[in-house]
Design a protein around this ligand. Structure first.
Ligand code: PT1
Length: 257
């Protein structure tokens, strides 16, 4: 899964058009590099990020989704807002990636009615404050219990199990030790019986381990993606598609024997 962030272009006064065109061009580049799906997001959820209003987020992601109509890979929308989900579903996305795990009942209904896939992700707290004091007794058990509950809730709302993907939410209200425990024991989450998505690309846990700033975390990101796949992930959400595809070619070749 290739990441396409749609953020306002602070340099261009052409405003929306420049960032829309840049995001669509980037999406095409990721497809050419071998992405099997794309995740389009208009609201940052990294630690400390500020929320974006509905109109602003819609204005960012919808033109990109519309511009990608007919693309040869499925498109996911990264949002926790019901209005954005509905508009994106009408515009043809095949998946909703909700870091809030459809805990908003209207978001749950929108996805159920829309007949699309969904990624249910664990987080503790909200992006503004989640890294202040993450706390768990047993992070792997608690994340697993949460995700199990969300699968049950989604199925009860009419979302078929075959349309559900789960995600431990690396970096979302987790210390380095919590993130490492989740990666180490990812197999336990794979045991919940639905495909597992892992988003580790360029995250601060990799910076904490390597001392590298965000622009120099590609080697760490490749290692993390491979480890996640070896431990049961089916989808890796990454910025660097070409490099990740190459790494996976080695893993696939070895596994074919
Ligand atoms: C993710 C994810 C996401 N991550 C899914 N969606 C982000 N399903 C956005 C850091 O610690 O893992 N899974 N959508 C980006 N969020 C973060 C969080 C970015 C933490 C950076 C960090 O650096």
């Amino acid at each position: 899964m290739g990441i396409v962030n749609v953020t306002p272009d602070s340099f261009s006064d052409g405003g929306r058009h420049a960032s829309t065109a840049a995001a669509i061009a980037h999406a095409h580049k990721l497809i050419e590099e071998g992405a099997d799906m794309l995740d389009i997001g208009g609201e940052s959820t990294r630690p400390g990020a500020q929320p974006v209003g509905i109109r602003e987020e819609l204005g960012r992601v919808l033109p990109v989704i519309e511009g990608l109509r007919g693309a040869p890979v499925p498109i996911s929308v990264d949002t926790c807002k019901r209005e954005v989900m509905q508009a994106a579903i009408s515009a043809g996305v095949q998946m909703v990636n909700d870091i809030n795990s459809l805990q908003d009942a209207s978001a749950m209904r929108a996805v159920a009615a829309g007949n699309v896939a969904v990624c249910l992700m664990h987080k503790q707290g909200t992006p503004q404050t989640m890294q202040q004091q993450p706390h768990y007794q047993d992070v792997v058990a608690e994340v697993g219990e949460f995700l199990r509950g969300r699968i049950v809730a989604a199925e009860a709302a009419g979302i078929a199990r075959s349309r559900i993907v789960i995600d431990p939410g690396f970096g979302f209200g987790k210390t380095l030790e919590h993130n490492l425990a989740l990666l180490r024991e990812l197999k336990k989450l794979a045991g919940l019986g639905v495909p597992l998505l892992a988003g580790l690309s360029r995250k601060s846990m990799l910076g904490a381990l390597t001392g590298q700033d965000v622009g120099h975390r590609l080697p760490a990101s490749l290692a993390a993606a491979l480890i996640a796949l070896q431990r049961g992930a089916s989808i890796v959400r990454v910025h660097d598609v070409r490099e990740t595809v190459d790494a996976l070619k080695i893993w696939n070749a070895v596994n074919e024997e």
